[in-house]
Design a protein around this ligand. Structure first.
Ligand code: UD1
Ligand code: MG
Length: 461
């Protein structure tokens, strides 16, 4: 089966510079969702009909590339949905006359592969299959016309419908399975003498019926699957449904979500057993949480893995990091890309890490910057310690052995090495290596002055 995805529409109602089909649901363009569904439903080639912003669409979609073969078809002028499908016809590969072409819309992103399969399986080789839905929210949608014997005999667009037809609650989702053998002949005969002067794909239904072709209609049970996205309200509606589906899946797998409406997953989140996720949490990209992991409120985690039994305390932001087991991060820690944290580590409030390895049992409990560092086991990084990794042009590395103690408010000027069991006195600026077991004091000596007079306030003249 080959699929055609229509994605050339301008999307005027979005009021955006971004092509409509690149608007995202769960951080992924709507068109990429539709491509995935088509692929999962069994499409082996997908033709995407794009307009003049096609290059931009193509560039973005390649970032979400699946394995499937995509052919990009240009529709220079948006003359209607039948005209759009017609542009793809010369690119069809199938020679089998009993194949169907699946037509999908780039702005109907939540359609499920199962629903598409159901449509394809139930539609005979010489018949047309259409997905319809029965809804009170029929505004703007094509109405399904049925005969007295309840057979589908046509689709009328709202703008062309009579008042009586506008009352019809069964509407066109836009998704169709069309027999490739007759498609081109139907498309060539569609006319544009309607309110919008467009070539409507929906007009092929009446043409097919006049040729005694059977129309198989499948009603979508879950309305949101067929929801088209034409403006920002519909985009927000679809996003909420998408998020709720993701959270429902997690709940079914046994994850505790304190409030499923206050956790968003923009990517893939996999969880071990007995994971607890508090409110206002955001997961992006690919995130893995081990067993018994607890995520506190207001945490943001992107492209990272968190080991068993680890706790992420409120307000912590983690990106591109690998975190060990039984570790505690936060509250309000910022763990940046390239951070690797071992087991039983503590990284506390207002500690920022980047390109840093923190060995097992190490603690950095308060207010520190740890960049380009390799820290061994059981070290203590005092409050206010800065790993001074940048000389204005290049980055340099700081290496700490095991059991190193860095007193508060110290600056470690890289490149520098603090060997096992070394000790840095509080307030030191360290720029030469400290050998094993040594104490380094790198600060001005304190002077205590006796007989000093406290200044007094000037009296006004
Ligand atoms: C279309 C259907 C309507 C259905 C509704 C479901 C037609 C005539 N009408 O109406 O029956 O109920 O979808 O959402 O088909 N597109 C192109 N080229 C064009 C025109 C459109 O690629 O020349 C693409 C759009 O980008 C969009 C899709 O086709 O992805 C549908 O077009 P849109 O203008 O949104 O049609 P609707 O008015 O929603
Ligand atoms: Mg639409």
């Amino acid at each position: 089966m080959e699929a055609v995805i229509l994605a050339a529409g301008k999307g005027t109602r979005m009021h955006s510079q971004l092509p409509k089909v690149l608007q995202t649901i769960g951080n992924k363009p709507m068109l990429a969702h539709v491509i995935d569904s088509a692929e999962s439903a069994g499409a082996r080639k997908i033709h995407i009909v794009v307009g003049n912003d096609g290059e931009q669409v193509k560039d973005q979609i390649l970032n979400f590339a699946s394995q499937i073969e995509v052919s990009w078809v240009l529709q220079k002028e948006q003359l209607g949905t039948a005209h759009a499908v017609l542009q793809a016809v010369p690119h069809f590969e199938t020679k089998a006359q009993d194949d169907h072409i699946l037509v999908l819309y780039g702005d109907v992103p939540l359609i499920k592969p199962d629903t598409l399969r159901q449509l394809l399986v139930s539609t005979r080789a010489d018949a047309i299959g259409i997905l319809t839905l029965i809804t009170k929210n029929n505004k703007g949608l094509g109405r399904i016309l049925r005969s007295e014997s309840n057979d589908v005999i046509g689709i009328v667009e709202e703008k062309d419908a009579s008042d009586l037809q506008k009352e019809i609650k069964e509407v066109n989702s836009g998704i169709m399975a069309l027999p490739v053998a007759r498609l081109e002949s139907w498309l060539n005969r569609v006319e544009n003498n309607n309110q919008q002067s467009e070539y409507y794909l929906t007009d092929i239904i009446a043409l097919a019926v006049s040729e005694k072709v059977a129309i198989n209609s499948v009603v979508v049970i879950n309305e949101i699957e067929a929801q088209g996205v034409n403006d920002k309200s519909q985009l927000a509606l679809v996003e909420r449904h998408f998020q709720m589906t993701k959270c429902t899946q997690l709940l079914e797998e046994g994850v505790i979500l304190k409030d499923p409406s206050r956790t968003d997953i923009r990517g893939k989140l996999s969880c071990g057993h007995d994971v607890e996720i508090d409110i206002n949490t955001l997961f992006e990209g690919s995130v893995m949480l081990g067993d018994n992991v607890k995520i506190g409120p207001n945490a943001i985690i992107k492209d990272s893995s968190i080991g068993n039994g680890t706790q992420i305390l409120p307000g912590t932001i983690i990106e591109g990091a690998t975190i060990g087991e039984e570790t505690i991060l936060g509250p309000n820690a910022r763990i940046r890309p390239g951070t690797i944290v071992g087991n039983n580590v503590k990284v506390g409030n207002f500690v920022e890490t980047k390109q840093a390895i923190l060995g097992e049992g190490t603690k950095a409990n308060h207010l520190a910057y740890i960049g380009d560092a390799e820290i061994g086991k059981n070290c203590n990084i005092g409050a206010g310690t800065i790993f001074c990794n940048y000389d204005g042009a290049n980055k340099h590395k700081t290496i700490l052995g095991n059991n190193v103690f860095v007193g508060s408010n110290s600056v470690l000027v890289a490149p520098v090495k603090l060997e096992d069991d070394s000790f840095v006195a509080a307030g030191s600026a360290i720029n030469t290596n400290v050998p094993e077991g040594h104490l380094a004091v790198g600060r001005a000596k304190q002077r205590t002055i006796s007989g000093w007079k406290r200044p007094t306030k000037n009296t006004k003249s």
